[in-house]
Design a protein around this ligand. Structure first.
Ligand code: TXA
Ligand code: MG
Length: 326
Protein backbone atom coordinates (compact mmCIF):
# COMPACT_ATOMS: atom_id res chain seq x y z
CA UNK A 1 0.00 0.00 0.00
CA UNK A 2 1.64 3.25 -1.11
CA UNK A 3 0.08 6.41 0.30
CA UNK A 4 -0.43 8.84 -2.54
CA UNK A 5 -0.82 12.10 -0.63
CA UNK A 6 2.15 14.50 -0.89
CA UNK A 7 3.25 17.03 1.71
CA UNK A 8 1.18 19.73 -0.01
CA UNK A 9 -2.01 17.78 0.59
CA UNK A 10 -1.00 17.16 4.21
CA UNK A 11 -0.46 20.94 4.60
CA UNK A 12 -3.86 21.62 3.03
CA UNK A 13 -5.47 19.09 5.37
CA UNK A 14 -3.82 20.64 8.43
CA UNK A 15 -5.02 24.12 7.35
CA UNK A 16 -8.56 22.83 6.82
CA UNK A 17 -8.55 21.23 10.28
CA UNK A 18 -7.30 24.50 11.82
CA UNK A 19 -10.19 26.33 10.10
CA UNK A 20 -12.60 23.93 11.82
CA UNK A 21 -13.39 21.86 8.73
CA UNK A 22 -14.09 18.14 8.52
CA UNK A 23 -11.80 16.03 6.32
CA UNK A 24 -11.51 12.39 5.23
CA UNK A 25 -8.51 10.70 6.87
CA UNK A 26 -7.03 7.29 6.12
CA UNK A 27 -6.20 5.02 9.03
CA UNK A 28 -4.97 1.42 8.97
CA UNK A 29 -8.44 0.20 10.02
CA UNK A 30 -11.02 2.24 8.04
CA UNK A 31 -11.23 5.86 6.83
CA UNK A 32 -12.30 8.45 9.41
CA UNK A 33 -14.17 11.76 9.25
CA UNK A 34 -11.76 13.94 11.21
CA UNK A 35 -12.03 17.31 12.94
CA UNK A 36 -10.19 19.22 15.67
CA UNK A 37 -11.23 17.49 18.91
CA UNK A 38 -10.83 20.77 20.84
CA UNK A 39 -13.22 22.70 18.54
CA UNK A 40 -16.87 22.07 19.50
CA UNK A 41 -18.31 23.49 16.27
CA UNK A 42 -16.00 21.39 14.13
CA UNK A 43 -16.93 18.23 16.04
CA UNK A 44 -20.63 19.11 15.79
CA UNK A 45 -20.15 19.27 12.02
CA UNK A 46 -19.01 15.61 12.03
CA UNK A 47 -22.28 14.59 13.68
CA UNK A 48 -24.31 16.62 11.18
CA UNK A 49 -22.50 15.21 8.14
CA UNK A 50 -22.65 11.63 9.38
CA UNK A 51 -26.22 11.79 10.67
CA UNK A 52 -25.03 10.34 13.95
CA UNK A 53 -27.03 10.72 17.20
CA UNK A 54 -25.38 13.26 19.51
CA UNK A 55 -25.02 10.83 22.42
CA UNK A 56 -22.74 8.46 20.47
CA UNK A 57 -19.18 9.34 21.50
CA UNK A 58 -16.26 9.79 19.08
CA UNK A 59 -12.75 8.39 19.33
CA UNK A 60 -9.97 10.98 19.71
CA UNK A 61 -6.97 10.12 17.53
CA UNK A 62 -3.64 11.14 19.02
CA UNK A 63 -0.02 11.19 17.83
CA UNK A 64 1.41 9.10 20.65
CA UNK A 65 0.93 7.71 24.16
CA UNK A 66 2.73 10.79 25.53
CA UNK A 67 -0.55 12.71 25.04
CA UNK A 68 -2.59 10.37 27.30
CA UNK A 69 -2.50 12.79 30.28
CA UNK A 70 -3.92 15.59 28.06
CA UNK A 71 -7.09 13.61 27.42
CA UNK A 72 -7.56 11.30 30.42
CA UNK A 73 -7.29 11.44 34.18
CA UNK A 74 -6.51 8.81 36.78
CA UNK A 75 -4.13 5.89 36.67
CA UNK A 76 -2.42 4.94 33.43
CA UNK A 77 -1.12 1.70 34.96
CA UNK A 78 -2.95 -0.40 32.35
CA UNK A 79 -3.14 2.12 29.50
CA UNK A 80 0.60 2.73 29.28
CA UNK A 81 1.70 -0.90 28.83
CA UNK A 82 -1.16 -1.44 26.36
CA UNK A 83 -0.12 1.61 24.37
CA UNK A 84 3.50 0.45 24.48
CA UNK A 85 2.44 -2.92 23.08
CA UNK A 86 -0.14 -1.89 20.46
CA UNK A 87 0.26 1.81 19.54
CA UNK A 88 0.42 3.00 16.92
CA UNK A 89 -2.17 0.43 15.91
CA UNK A 90 -5.78 -0.75 15.85
CA UNK A 91 -6.60 -0.52 19.56
CA UNK A 92 -8.89 2.10 21.14
CA UNK A 93 -8.67 2.61 24.90
CA UNK A 94 -11.64 3.99 26.86
CA UNK A 95 -10.35 5.97 29.82
CA UNK A 96 -11.78 8.40 32.37
CA UNK A 97 -11.90 11.73 30.60
CA UNK A 98 -9.80 14.76 31.40
CA UNK A 99 -12.07 17.66 32.46
CA UNK A 100 -10.95 19.64 29.38
CA UNK A 101 -12.39 17.10 26.91
CA UNK A 102 -15.46 18.51 25.15
CA UNK A 103 -18.90 17.04 25.92
CA UNK A 104 -19.66 16.91 22.22
CA UNK A 105 -16.78 14.42 21.78
CA UNK A 106 -17.76 12.10 24.63
CA UNK A 107 -21.52 12.31 24.19
CA UNK A 108 -21.60 13.67 27.74
CA UNK A 109 -20.06 10.48 29.19
CA UNK A 110 -17.38 10.55 31.84
CA UNK A 111 -15.01 8.57 29.63
CA UNK A 112 -13.13 9.20 26.40
CA UNK A 113 -11.96 6.85 23.61
CA UNK A 114 -8.32 7.30 22.54
CA UNK A 115 -6.43 5.72 19.69
CA UNK A 116 -3.09 6.27 17.99
CA UNK A 117 -3.46 5.20 14.34
CA UNK A 118 -0.57 3.50 12.53
CA UNK A 119 -1.27 4.68 8.97
CA UNK A 120 1.70 6.84 7.87
CA UNK A 121 -0.57 9.60 6.52
CA UNK A 122 -2.58 9.70 9.74
CA UNK A 123 0.69 9.95 11.64
CA UNK A 124 1.94 12.81 9.44
CA UNK A 125 -1.41 14.56 9.73
CA UNK A 126 -1.39 14.31 13.54
CA UNK A 127 2.23 15.48 13.72
CA UNK A 128 1.47 18.47 11.48
CA UNK A 129 -1.75 19.33 13.27
CA UNK A 130 -0.25 19.00 16.73
CA UNK A 131 -3.49 18.13 18.54
CA UNK A 132 -6.14 15.43 18.79
CA UNK A 133 -8.54 14.54 15.98
CA UNK A 134 -12.05 13.36 16.77
CA UNK A 135 -12.99 10.87 14.05
CA UNK A 136 -15.70 8.28 13.58
CA UNK A 137 -15.63 5.96 10.58
CA UNK A 138 -16.38 7.99 7.44
CA UNK A 139 -19.75 6.44 6.60
CA UNK A 140 -23.29 7.61 7.16
CA UNK A 141 -24.69 6.35 10.46
CA UNK A 142 -25.42 2.63 10.31
CA UNK A 143 -23.82 2.12 6.91
CA UNK A 144 -20.80 0.13 5.73
CA UNK A 145 -17.42 1.55 6.83
CA UNK A 146 -15.12 2.90 4.08
CA UNK A 147 -11.74 1.32 3.34
CA UNK A 148 -10.79 3.40 0.28
CA UNK A 149 -10.77 7.16 -0.35
CA UNK A 150 -13.30 6.61 -3.15
CA UNK A 151 -15.75 5.08 -0.64
CA UNK A 152 -15.65 8.34 1.34
CA UNK A 153 -16.27 10.37 -1.83
CA UNK A 154 -19.14 8.05 -2.79
CA UNK A 155 -20.64 8.47 0.67
CA UNK A 156 -20.37 12.24 1.13
CA UNK A 157 -19.43 13.88 -2.20
CA UNK A 158 -18.66 17.58 -1.82
CA UNK A 159 -19.94 17.63 1.76
CA UNK A 160 -16.38 16.48 2.54
CA UNK A 161 -14.27 18.10 -0.18
CA UNK A 162 -10.89 17.10 1.23
CA UNK A 163 -10.18 13.37 1.49
CA UNK A 164 -6.55 12.34 1.97
CA UNK A 165 -5.98 9.28 -0.21
CA UNK A 166 -3.98 6.72 1.74
CA UNK A 167 -4.83 3.77 -0.47
CA UNK A 168 -6.64 0.68 0.81
CA UNK A 169 -6.81 0.33 4.59
CA UNK A 170 -4.50 -2.51 5.62
CA UNK A 171 -6.65 -3.95 8.42
CA UNK A 172 -10.07 -3.28 6.88
CA UNK A 173 -12.26 -3.47 10.03
CA UNK A 174 -12.54 -1.02 12.92
CA UNK A 175 -10.19 -1.01 15.91
CA UNK A 176 -10.55 -3.25 18.93
CA UNK A 177 -12.15 -1.23 21.77
CA UNK A 178 -11.07 -1.93 25.36
CA UNK A 179 -12.83 -0.13 28.23
CA UNK A 180 -10.46 0.70 31.09
CA UNK A 181 -12.70 3.33 32.64
CA UNK A 182 -14.44 1.18 35.23
CA UNK A 183 -13.28 -1.90 37.11
CA UNK A 184 -12.33 -4.89 35.03
CA UNK A 185 -10.90 -4.18 31.55
CA UNK A 186 -13.77 -4.97 29.17
CA UNK A 187 -13.71 -5.69 25.47
CA UNK A 188 -16.43 -3.56 23.81
CA UNK A 189 -15.63 -4.31 20.15
CA UNK A 190 -13.47 -7.15 18.77
CA UNK A 191 -10.83 -6.29 16.18
CA UNK A 192 -7.40 -7.22 14.92
CA UNK A 193 -5.89 -6.88 18.39
CA UNK A 194 -7.35 -9.97 20.04
CA UNK A 195 -8.72 -10.76 23.49
CA UNK A 196 -5.78 -13.12 24.07
CA UNK A 197 -3.22 -10.45 23.12
CA UNK A 198 -4.87 -7.98 25.53
CA UNK A 199 -4.92 -10.53 28.37
CA UNK A 200 -1.19 -11.05 27.96
CA UNK A 201 -0.66 -7.41 28.92
CA UNK A 202 -3.38 -6.70 31.50
CA UNK A 203 -4.46 -10.09 32.85
CA UNK A 204 -8.18 -10.88 32.79
CA UNK A 205 -10.29 -9.09 30.15
CA UNK A 206 -14.10 -9.32 30.34
CA UNK A 207 -16.35 -9.42 27.29
CA UNK A 208 -19.11 -6.81 27.20
CA UNK A 209 -22.29 -8.29 28.67
CA UNK A 210 -24.97 -6.64 26.57
CA UNK A 211 -24.86 -6.73 22.81
CA UNK A 212 -27.05 -3.68 22.63
CA UNK A 213 -25.03 -1.39 24.87
CA UNK A 214 -26.09 2.16 24.01
CA UNK A 215 -22.54 3.36 24.71
CA UNK A 216 -21.03 2.26 21.44
CA UNK A 217 -22.91 2.62 18.18
CA UNK A 218 -20.70 -0.09 16.73
CA UNK A 219 -22.36 -2.38 19.23
CA UNK A 220 -25.89 -1.88 17.93
CA UNK A 221 -27.07 -5.08 16.28
CA UNK A 222 -27.87 -3.64 12.89
CA UNK A 223 -24.70 -1.78 12.12
CA UNK A 224 -22.33 -1.79 9.15
CA UNK A 225 -25.29 -2.73 7.00
CA UNK A 226 -25.76 -2.96 3.24
CA UNK A 227 -29.07 -1.71 1.79
CA UNK A 228 -29.74 -4.99 0.07
CA UNK A 229 -31.24 -7.75 2.21
CA UNK A 230 -28.42 -9.97 3.44
CA UNK A 231 -28.37 -13.49 4.85
CA UNK A 232 -25.40 -15.16 6.54
CA UNK A 233 -25.49 -18.92 5.92
CA UNK A 234 -23.24 -21.99 6.07
CA UNK A 235 -22.15 -23.04 2.58
CA UNK A 236 -24.59 -25.89 2.04
CA UNK A 237 -27.58 -23.82 3.20
CA UNK A 238 -26.35 -20.94 1.05
CA UNK A 239 -26.26 -23.10 -2.09
CA UNK A 240 -29.78 -24.33 -1.35
CA UNK A 241 -31.09 -20.79 -0.70
CA UNK A 242 -29.44 -19.44 -3.86
CA UNK A 243 -31.12 -22.14 -5.95
CA UNK A 244 -34.52 -21.49 -4.37
CA UNK A 245 -34.29 -17.72 -4.78
CA UNK A 246 -33.17 -17.98 -8.39
CA UNK A 247 -36.10 -20.31 -9.08
CA UNK A 248 -38.34 -17.51 -7.77
CA UNK A 249 -36.77 -15.14 -10.28
CA UNK A 250 -34.62 -13.25 -7.76
CA UNK A 251 -31.19 -11.91 -8.61
CA UNK A 252 -28.81 -13.31 -6.00
CA UNK A 253 -25.24 -12.16 -5.24
CA UNK A 254 -22.97 -14.42 -3.23
CA UNK A 255 -19.98 -13.54 -1.04
CA UNK A 256 -18.14 -16.83 -0.80
CA UNK A 257 -14.90 -17.97 0.83
CA UNK A 258 -12.10 -19.10 -1.51
CA UNK A 259 -14.30 -20.72 -4.20
CA UNK A 260 -17.65 -19.83 -5.80
CA UNK A 261 -20.40 -22.47 -5.55
CA UNK A 262 -21.30 -23.67 -9.04
CA UNK A 263 -23.97 -21.62 -10.75
CA UNK A 264 -23.55 -18.70 -8.32
CA UNK A 265 -22.18 -15.24 -9.07
CA UNK A 266 -20.68 -12.67 -6.76
CA UNK A 267 -17.33 -12.16 -5.06
CA UNK A 268 -14.72 -14.29 -3.34
CA UNK A 269 -12.73 -13.47 -0.23
CA UNK A 270 -9.73 -15.47 1.02
CA UNK A 271 -9.96 -18.14 3.73
CA UNK A 272 -7.38 -16.31 5.86
CA UNK A 273 -9.23 -14.19 8.48
CA UNK A 274 -6.91 -11.15 8.22
CA UNK A 275 -7.09 -11.16 4.42
CA UNK A 276 -10.87 -11.59 4.62
CA UNK A 277 -11.16 -8.62 7.03
CA UNK A 278 -9.05 -6.52 4.67
CA UNK A 279 -11.54 -7.05 1.85
CA UNK A 280 -14.88 -7.38 3.64
CA UNK A 281 -16.24 -3.82 3.45
CA UNK A 282 -15.20 -3.18 -0.16
CA UNK A 283 -16.84 -6.48 -1.10
CA UNK A 284 -20.08 -5.67 0.74
CA UNK A 285 -20.18 -2.21 -0.90
CA UNK A 286 -19.65 -3.68 -4.34
CA UNK A 287 -22.28 -6.39 -3.89
CA UNK A 288 -24.69 -3.87 -2.38
CA UNK A 289 -24.36 -1.79 -5.55
CA UNK A 290 -24.74 -4.75 -7.89
CA UNK A 291 -28.53 -4.55 -8.17
CA UNK A 292 -29.16 -7.94 -6.59
CA UNK A 293 -32.38 -8.59 -4.64
CA UNK A 294 -30.52 -10.63 -2.04
CA UNK A 295 -26.95 -10.97 -0.74
CA UNK A 296 -26.00 -14.42 0.49
CA UNK A 297 -22.83 -14.44 2.58
CA UNK A 298 -21.00 -17.65 3.40
CA UNK A 299 -20.52 -17.99 7.15
CA UNK A 300 -16.83 -18.16 8.08
CA UNK A 301 -15.56 -20.93 10.39
CA UNK A 302 -16.48 -20.62 14.09
CA UNK A 303 -13.05 -20.04 15.60
CA UNK A 304 -11.23 -17.42 17.65
CA UNK A 305 -9.32 -16.13 14.63
CA UNK A 306 -12.64 -15.19 12.99
CA UNK A 307 -14.29 -13.46 15.97
CA UNK A 308 -13.96 -9.88 14.68
CA UNK A 309 -15.13 -10.77 11.15
CA UNK A 310 -18.04 -12.85 12.54
CA UNK A 311 -19.05 -9.83 14.63
CA UNK A 312 -19.17 -7.47 11.60
CA UNK A 313 -21.00 -9.99 9.41
CA UNK A 314 -23.57 -10.72 12.11
CA UNK A 315 -24.31 -7.00 12.48
CA UNK A 316 -24.51 -6.45 8.73
CA UNK A 317 -26.94 -9.33 8.39
CA UNK A 318 -29.02 -8.20 11.37
CA UNK A 319 -30.24 -5.12 9.51
CA UNK A 320 -34.03 -5.26 9.89
CA UNK A 321 -35.00 -2.54 7.45
CA UNK A 322 -32.49 -0.03 6.28
CA UNK A 323 -35.09 2.73 6.00
CA UNK A 324 -35.29 2.71 9.78
CA UNK A 325 -31.89 4.39 10.02
CA UNK A 326 -31.84 8.09 10.80
O1 TXA B 1 -10.87 1.88 13.75
C1 TXA B 1 -11.56 2.74 14.26
O2 TXA B 1 -11.78 2.79 15.48
C2 TXA B 1 -12.16 3.81 13.33
C3 TXA B 1 -11.04 4.68 12.75
C4 TXA B 1 -11.55 5.82 11.93
O3 TXA B 1 -10.21 5.10 13.78
N1 TXA B 1 -13.10 4.60 14.03
C5 TXA B 1 -14.32 4.16 14.38
O4 TXA B 1 -15.11 5.14 14.94
O5 TXA B 1 -14.68 3.01 14.18
P1 TXA B 1 -16.67 4.96 15.15
O6 TXA B 1 -17.11 6.24 15.76
O7 TXA B 1 -17.31 4.54 13.89
O8 TXA B 1 -16.75 3.85 16.22
C6 TXA B 1 -16.17 4.10 17.48
C7 TXA B 1 -16.92 3.40 18.54
C8 TXA B 1 -18.35 3.85 18.60
O9 TXA B 1 -19.15 2.70 18.68
C9 TXA B 1 -18.40 4.69 19.86
O10 TXA B 1 -19.66 4.64 20.46
C10 TXA B 1 -17.33 4.02 20.71
O11 TXA B 1 -16.32 3.74 19.80
N2 TXA B 1 -16.83 4.93 21.72
C11 TXA B 1 -16.17 6.09 21.55
N3 TXA B 1 -15.95 6.70 22.73
C12 TXA B 1 -16.47 5.90 23.67
C13 TXA B 1 -16.59 5.96 25.10
N4 TXA B 1 -16.13 6.98 25.80
N5 TXA B 1 -17.20 4.93 25.73
C14 TXA B 1 -17.69 3.88 25.05
N6 TXA B 1 -17.62 3.75 23.70
C15 TXA B 1 -17.02 4.75 23.03
MG1 MG C 1 -18.42 3.43 12.65
Amino acid sequence: MVPSADSQSIDAAVSALRRGEVIGMPTETVYGLAADARNAEAVARIFAIKGRPADHPLIVHVASAATLPDWSRGSLALAEPLAAAFWPGPLTLILSRHPSVLDVVTGGQDSVGLRCPAHPLAQRLLAGFGGGLAAPSANRFGRISPTRAQHVRDEFGMQVPLVLDGGECAVGIESTILDLSSGLPTLLRPGQVTHAQLEKIVGCVAEKSSRNSPRASGTLESHYAPRTRMLLLPRSALVHEADEQRALGKVVSVLAISSMPSGATGLLLPEDPAAYAHGIYAALRELDGSGAHLLLVEKPPISLAWVAVQDRLRRAAASPDIDDYP
